[in-house]
Design a protein around this ligand. Structure first.
Ligand SMILES: C[S@@+](CC[C@H](N)C(=O)[O-])C[C@H]1O[C@@H](n2cnc3c(N)ncnc32)[C@H](O)[C@@H]1O
Length: 285
């Protein structure tokens, strides 16, 4: 993950700026992750496929492995394997997420610092690759190779869960989605920037920045250079990699749901052409 670029001192007061003392991983987790929601969804996806509850999770591209931690805390028999290349990110997760768990829960999390394109044992019930992480693979060959390995890291009854985004707005260069994040005492603003999109290659760059109450900014704290894959392309590659079925879970249009409640998801084969959407793809082994 890239380093943040922020001014370290307020010129008038000489005090450190809020951006210079903020923790970019903490801001990231508060802005883009809802691990408890993911855990509930993974269980729904597995139950829909096999009619029983899953026990063992592998989180590819796990970063600070927040989902692994919520997974093992959700049931006493659950285990989680987190896989990521970046030692700094994994270490932040050990110090800040793993450390908050009970000892008995910590023992059920295993971390592997390696490329996700490796076979590991034991196999698992659910393999998740969240926040569009596999978009780092830009060719069909690379994605299919990854999906084949993911397939082999699952038990005979296993599901692979990924999220996808799309809609016309997602192709607009320079568009910035701004949200205020207030978790804990200090609020801050989260900016998701669509930096560039090349319609010929579907190469797309995105960046996350944070803005604080004193006006200081952590500019482009995280940057991503991805291929903008579409749902049908991904489903075709999953089939080629050996998955028996794939299902799209679209957000339920639920008027009764409050803004602070999580969305619910259901299998769909048609969906409205919203300007901006996210959904899950669940591949069933
Ligand atoms: C977009 S972040 C996702 C973090 C987290 N999964 C989430 O949902 O927010 C992508 C992560 O993938 C890791 N990564 C990128 N390429 C990888 C690879 N080939 N193998 C393992 N990890 C990789 C990066 O180090 C980074 O932590």
């Amino acid at each position: 993950m890239s380093k943040s670029k922020s001014k370290s001192k307020n010129i008038k007061s000489g005090k450190p700026t809020m951006a210079s003392v903020a923790d970019r991983f903490d801001c990231y987790q508060k802005s883009v992750q809802t691990p408890d929601h993911e855990v509930v969804f993974f269980e729904q996806a597995y139950r829909d496929a096999y009619g029983s509850a899953p026990t063992d999770l592998r989180e590819d591209f796990c970063g600070t492995f927040a989902i692994c931690c919520d997974w093992v805390a959700s049931k006493s028999k659950r285990t989680a394997i987190g896989v990521d290349l970046c030692s700094e990110t994994l270490q932040w997760g050990r110090d800040n997420n793993l450390a908050k768990l009970k000892k008995s829960q910590q023992k059920r999390v295993r971390l592997i610092e390696q490329d996700v394109r490796k076979r590991n044992r034991p196999t698992v019930d659910v393999l998740a690759a969240q926040n569009f992480s596999f978009w780092i693979f830009k060719t069909r060959e690379e994605v299919i190779e990854y999906f084949k390995i993911a397939h082999s890291n699952l038990r005979s009854k296993g599901v692979m869960v990924m999220d996808m985004m799309g809609g016309g707005e997602c192709y607009e260069e320079g568009l910035v989605d701004k949200r205020k994040i207030v978790k804990g005492k200090k609020g801050f603003k989260y900016h998701w920037e669509q930096v560039s999109f090349n319609p010929i290659t579907a190469d797309a760059s995105f960046a996350i920045s944070f803005k604080f109450a004193d006006g200081s900014k952590m500019k482009r704290a995280f940057e991503y250079h991805w291929r903008f894959w579409t749902i049908p392309e991904v489903r075709e590659m999953l089939a080629e990699a050996g998955f028996g079925e794939s299902h799209i879970y679209w957000e339920k249009d639920d008027e009764d749901i409050d803004d602070d409640e999580y969305s619910t998801w259901e299998r769909q084969e048609t969906a409205p052409s919203d300007a901006s959407w996210i959904c899950y793809i669940v591949a069933v082994k």
